[in-house]
Ligand binder design. Structure first.
Ligand code: CO8
Length: 257
């Protein structure tokens, strides 16, 4: 399989996918997400693979969904094309998925990390959900999953006021499993994945399924509501202004319409 926006390799029983759009800080466009989900599905179906690691670069895990790709979309475009559905595919991966995060994990990038089963962070990792600064809300699970990780107070501040949290705060807030120096985070994640991949395969799949049964019990309805609100915001002038302002590298002028 050839990929343009990701790098894929196998390390023993671990499948490794690296997001690879360095000039856009790994902004998640549709083509990248499609490749990522195809690579995950192939690893998931491969008996020689026991766990999967998703990483980015040292500078950026991913700086969010690709704003340039969606800036001019209408609510009808978004609802019809349903670009968030591809993010949802990660929920069907049966094998453990670990995010190895360094640098920016913002917006859809943070949501992708939150969709993984565990997060190993480098000391430089920065987590944030800055969507309200461009006139929308997190749409790929951020409003639902962040609150379960860090609690309501911190989630409100991160989403309503673009508070970014560093790796140490993320560790104390139980958003991530471990924090290690930037030259070690990928190996740390690979080692963790390797240890899990060496365990009884059926028990590992069963354990993940059982944990998610509890974790996801109330998640489905919340995700649907979040997605509907996200798409509806593409009817507003503030969404157009917010995304254009980002692309034009200026401050947005909000009108509240
Ligand atoms: N989308 C598109 N391009 C991006 C993105 C992005 N999210 N982030 C960075 N880039 C591009 C920049 O435009 C720039 O490109 P160019 O060189 O052509 O101008 C390049 O990457 C480098 O970025 P900067 O020059 O901005 O780098 P800085 O070091 O100055 O700043 C930041 C780094 C702070 C990460 C900054 O780039 C930033 O704020 N990025 C946007 C963060 C953001 O708002 N993310 C949320 C996006 S919305 C979202 O994720 C919703 C997800 C849910 C639904 C998904 C539906 C499809």
């Amino acid at each position: 399989m050839t990929y343009l926006s990701i790098l894929v390799e196998t390390r023993g029983r671990v499948g490794l996918v690296a997001l690879n759009r360095p000039r856009a800080l790994n902004a998640l466009n549709y083509a990248l997400m499609d490749e990522l989900m195809r690579a995950l599905a192939i690893f998931d179906a491969d008996d020689a693979i026991g766990a999967i690691v998703i990483t980015g670069s040292d500078q950026a895990f991913a700086a969010g969904a690709d704003i340039k790709e969606m800036a001019n979309k209408s609510a009808a475009d978004m609802t019809q094309n349903d670009p968030i559905s591809i993010y949802g595919q990660i929920r069907s991966i049966r094998k453990p998925v670990i995010a190895a995060v360094s640098g920016w994990a913002l917006g859809g990038g943070c949501e992708l990390a939150l969709s993984c089963d565990m997060i190993v962070a480098s000391e430089t990792a920065q987590f944030g959900l800055p969507e309200t600064t461009i006139g929308v809300i997190p749409g790929a699970g951020g409003t639902q999953r962040l609150i379960r990780a860090v609690g309501k107070a911190t989630a409100m501040e991160m989403i309503l006021n673009d508070r970014k949290i560093n790796a140490q705060t993320a560790l104390h807030s139980r958003l991530v499993n471990r924090v290690v120096p930037v030259d070690a985070y990928l190996n740390e994640a690979l080692q963790l994945a390797e240890q899990i991949a060496a365990r009884a395969p059926l028990a590992i799949l069963a354990a993940k399924r059982a944990i998610n049964h509890s974790y996801e019990s109330f998640l489905g309805a919340g995700l649907e509501e979040e997605r509907r609100i996200f798409y509806d915001l593409f009817n507003t002038e503030d969404q157009k202004e917010g995304m254009r302002a980002f692309i034009e590298k200026r401050k947005p002028a909000w009108t509240g319409r």
